[in-house]
Design a binder for this molecule. Structure first.
Ligand code: HEC
Length: 241
């Protein structure tokens, strides 16, 4: 029991660690130029680098909370704002992000405005304060297209537990749509029995892996990272503990 509590605390800390303003070096130009060798020694010091990674930290929040149909997807984006990729967010014709200036960025303003009709996402959906802070930090750090997916060398799938590993994954990638008072497709993935149901019938892994024959989830943008997929795979093969 203690172990489960500790494990979930740890994963919660991992999730919010990127919202930590005070510490960590700031590498504003890290991934600006793909042709230039990256001199940042990320492999030996990953825990000290708390800069926000767009692909790992920001995009999942936007995909899960803002890109449902008739919102900011690419099919018919509300107000022309398509939040499904870095390119569409930055070059959508409407500059909703001003690098370095969260207060001047419509993306951030819409999350914190006191004007209830303007505030995003519309109720009953909402972002957590940690998610809002993380988006602010990303903009303040220069709103780069930083991708840390290759930084983390370890993906521990030896003992996957629902509360410790699966819940945070669903919260980051899925429950923005599959949660709350009217979950998409009637599927609430914040409920364990539902997650287990879709784990057993193969659709959880099939949709997340974008496997042939399954509807790709999340429906917009890239699939979740390999560690997330391997974690779900291990959770299933270890018996849904
Ligand atoms: C932007 C909103 C959104 C996000 C984020 C999202 N889904 Fe979905 N999901 C949907 C919609 C809409 C459907 C119904 C699709 C359809 O029937 O065409 C659906 C359907 C499903 C289904 C049923 C598929 C079937 O064949 O019956 C599963 C399983 C599923 N989603 C899992 C997930 C998982 C796992 C995640 C996170 C990795 C996720 N979804 C993220 C909107 C979303």
């Amino acid at each position: 029991m203690t172990r489960i509590v500790l494990a979930s605390l740890f994963s919660a800390l991992l999730l919010i660690s990127c919202a930590d303003y005070a510490s960590g070096p700031f590498h504003p130009r890290d991934d600006d130029d793909d042709n230039r060798p990256d001199t940042t020694d990320t492999t030996t010091h990953p825990p000290t680098d708390t800069s926000v990674c767009f692909t790992r930290d920001v995009l999942p929040i936007l995909l899960s909370n803002c890109t449902m149909a008739e919102c900011h997807d690419s099919y018919r984006p509300e107000e022309g704002i398509d939040l499904t990729s870095y390119v569409t967010i930055m070059n959508g014709g409407k500059s909703i992000v001003k690098p370095g200036n969260p207060g001047g960025s419509k993306l951030y303003e819409s999350l914190v405005t006191s004007e209830s009709e303007e505030r995003m996402p519309p109720p009953p959906r909402s972002l957590t304060q940690a998610q809002i802070d993380l988006i602010a930090k990303w903009i303040r750090e220069g709103a780069t297209n930083r991708d840390c997916s290759k930084d983390s060398t370890s993906c521990d799938t030896t003992n996957v537990l629902y509360t410790a590993q699966v819940v945070p994954l669903m919260a980051l990638h899925c429950t923005g749509c599959h949660g709350g008072s009217s979950p998409q497709a009637g599927i609430d993935l914040s409920v364990r029995s539902k997650v287990e149901l879709y784990a057993r019938n193969g659709k959880l892994l099939g949709t997340m892996s974008h496997s042939a024959g399954f509807i790709a989830m999340p429906p917009s943008g890239p699939r979740v990272n390999d560690c997330a997929i391997n974690t779900i795979k291990a959770w299933i093969s270890q018996g849904l503990r």
